[in-house]
Design a protein around this ligand. Structure first.
Ligand code: PRX
Length: 636
């Protein structure tokens, strides 16, 4: 047992103190003790958060896949590493042992090499939640290629934007992906995306659904054809701790999505550390995180964290509502899942169904529950606790971000107390602080402010791919010398944090970050639309939903408004993806603007929330009259 995994609240406090008093010593000891390195690092940490430059374990050599796979082969080669539950409940689950995973990853790695992939190349992965997705991610890491997984629900345009931004040379996809009863035609989307991508030389296509696809000769190859010829031995590339491991895109409050870059060493160290501490994983536990690998939660807590800890991690291809609303609970019963980690939006959606879906299953195997992605409301927390945890399971409310790489603030299961709606305390090594609007740190414990992190931690993003200036401006400009999270938070008198939500123009819809500017840009592509403003408003299931205020070029087009709404939805779907579709669209004669012409989204947000009493002083607006009109027409 590692002394770095807190087993009691006292141990947590001791570790926390140690990690803050001497972070370098703390992380060096953990990294040295718990992982296989080819060569020890020269400097544990060097940083300057004003630039920012951040390096952890620089000069150290390793390969993350040796820590996730090879080192387990002698001790747990036959243990299930990945338990794959297919979309169709009639299909057999796959128990992929560490031994088998090793072979599959090596073969996949050799297949990528055969297609010309080399260390440092960017490889885009646009795949359904099949084991081959996991193999591909790990195979990239094995050969030192940088994976860029794009969630397979994104549109052709979003995919090509991401491929072009990272200049990927290879794309791995499938003919199609199952989602309940539907099949997403992934290869067809890829074909459309690649019309505007010149960097992609080869496309590897997994046959999953049997959907008929067209294969471009010289570019496209079938997975099974190349795979059959690949050897199952592949020496892991020796990577510098600071070499890039992956790029993962996340929406920003302005402009295009940002390709967050994570590096090999620090990311490995911290995902392992946080996985073991937060979930208190015990030998033999079955752990299930319901996220998609297309998001950071899937990267860190389906793959890298659990596998580096030698865990059995469940990978689910389907959706919670197929074939019925009891699917999650049936999977828990079937595989005797002990640790279950999901999003508040899934909890709320399942809680809105009939309780008999839950109660007809034996959930007695569960020991720990977790949530991630957005603040969990009290009602959802209580339902989760009472009906899923049966009042017996700690619920870890894990606050973190694509940018942070791993869980930052959370109770530790059974070790520190859970407090409904609070993420509670920072993990050892994490030093949060609250800032006021004037940019000063709030010294009192009980406080509310903007959440920053004031000292580096190993899995922090190092840059935005190809745009370090944007990285500096977005995260390190608002509060000098500190990482700004974009979230607001409250802190109670015992130091527990409660995340109140985004304080920028990012809206979290069903756990997905969406930049309002990106949606506005998509809507504004419509030839009859003059301008638009997009805000989020509270939604009972999705957490937040999108409300679009739209001004037409000419009032005469209002007759066509039903058709225009449909066109807006299809524009947003094709330019971003269905997750970004507005729930409500309101046509307005004008949008409230400051005298300098800036749209006052704050006012629109209040109107969308139905909170028109507290609009504040609107007399200074350029066009105060439009506000009353918008209130009258609002659909709340
Ligand atoms: O606003 C916070 C919210 O999700 C944002 C990060 O989104 P993303 O990068 O997509 O990563 C999601 C999975 C880690 C945060 O800025 N968020 C995440 N977890 C929580 C949360 N808000 C409240 N409570 C949480 N537990």
């Amino acid at each position: 047992m590692s002394r770095f995994v807190a087993k009691s609240i006292d141990q947590y406090h001791t570790l926390y103190k140690e990690s803050v008093e001497n972070p370098e010593k703390f992380w060096a000891a953990f990294a040295e003790q718990e992982f296989v390195w080819h060569k020890k690092w020269e400097n544990t940490l060097s940083f300057d958060l004003r630039k920012p430059t951040i390096q952890w374990f620089a000069g150290g050599k390793l390969n993350i896949t040796e820590n996730c796979i090879d080192r387990h082969l002698t001790t747990r080669g036959n243990q299930t590493a990945i338990l794959f539950e297919p979309n169709d409940p009639k299909d057999k689950p796959l128990h992929i042992s560490y031994q088998e995973l090793s072979k599959q990853v090596n073969k996949t790695a050799n297949m990528l090499k055969a297609l010309g992939a080399q260390k440092g190349d960017r490889i885009c992965i646009y795949m359904p939640m099949t084991p081959e997705l996991a193999y591909t991610v790990l195979a990239c890491a094995r050969i030192g290629a940088i994976h860029s997984v794009v969630f397979a629900g994104f549109s052709a345009q979003s995919l090509s934007d991401r491929i072009n931004d990272a200049q990927c040379s290879l794309l791995v996809t499938a003919d199609g992906g199952y989602r309940g009863q539907k099949i997403t035609p992934l290869k067809a989307i890829v074909d459309q995306a690649l019309i505007s991508c010149l960097s992609i030389r080869r496309v590897l296509v997994l046959q999953r659904t049997g959907l008929k696809v067209s294969m471009k000769s010289g570019r496209d190859v079938w997975w099974h054809e190349v795979f059959a010829k690949a050897s199952d031995a592949c020496v892991a590339e020796s990577m510098d701790a600071e070499d890039s491991l992956f790029i993962l895109y996340t929406s920003g409050s302005t402009g295009k999505p940002k390709g967050m870059v994570h590096t090999c060493g620090g990311y490995m160290v911290y995902t392992n550390y946080s996985f073991r501490n937060v979930f208190q994983y015990q030998e033999g536990d079955i752990y299930w995180c319901t996220a998609d690998i297309g998001w950071i939660t899937g990267h860190s807590y389906i793959l890298y964290g659990p596998l580096s800890a030698g865990a059995t991690t469940v990978m689910f291809e389907g959706i919670p509502s197929y074939p019925d609303m009891g699917r999650f609970w049936r999977i828990i019963e079937k595989h005797k899942v002990n640790i279950f980690y999901t999003a508040p939006t899934a909890i709320r959606s399942l809680a809105s169904g009939d309780l008999s879906w839950v109660h007809s299953h034996d959930l007695g195997s569960l020991k720990t529950l977790g949530t991630v992605g957005e603040p969990i409301n009290l009602e959802a927390w209580q339902w989760y606790n009472e009906h899923i945890g049966q009042g017996q399971c700690p619920i870890v409310d894990t606050w973190w971000q694509t940018e942070t790489g791993g869980i930052m603030i959370s109770n530790l299961a059974g070790v520190s107390k859970d407090i409904p709606t609070f993420a509670t305390l920072p993990l050892p090594g994490i030093q949060p602080c609250l800032m006021d609007e004037a940019g000063n740190e709030i010294a009192t414990l009980e406080a509310e402010g903007r959440l920053c992190i004031q000292f580096p931690w190993p899995s922090m993003a190092r840059t935005i791919y190809g745009n370090h200036q944007r990285f500096a401006d977005t995260y390190y400009r608002a509060f000098e010398g500190k990482y700004f999270t974009g979230d607001g938070a409250k802190r109670d008198k015992n130091g527990n944090y409660r995340i109140t939500g985004r304080v920028d123009d990012v809206v979290i819809v069903s756990g997905h970050n969406l930049g309002t500017a990106e949606i506005e840009n998509a809507i504004n592509e419509h030839p009859l639309i003059a301008e638009s403003a997009v805000v989020g408003y509270p939604h009972p299931i999705k957490g937040h939903a999108i409300y679009a205020f739209v001004t037409l070029r000419s009032p005469k087009h209002e007759d066509a408004s039903v058709g225009i709404k449909i066109e807006i939805n299809s524009l947003v779907t094709s330019l971003i993806g269905p997750i970004a579709k507005p729930e409500k669209i309101q046509f307005t004669a004008g949008l409230p603007k400051t005298r300098s012409g800036k749209i006052m989204r704050r006012i629109l947000r209040k109107i969308a929330e139905g909170n028109t009493e507290s609009l504040g002083d609107i007399s200074t607006l350029l066009n105060p009259d439009c506000v009353e009109q918008i209130i009258q027409g609002a659909s709340i």
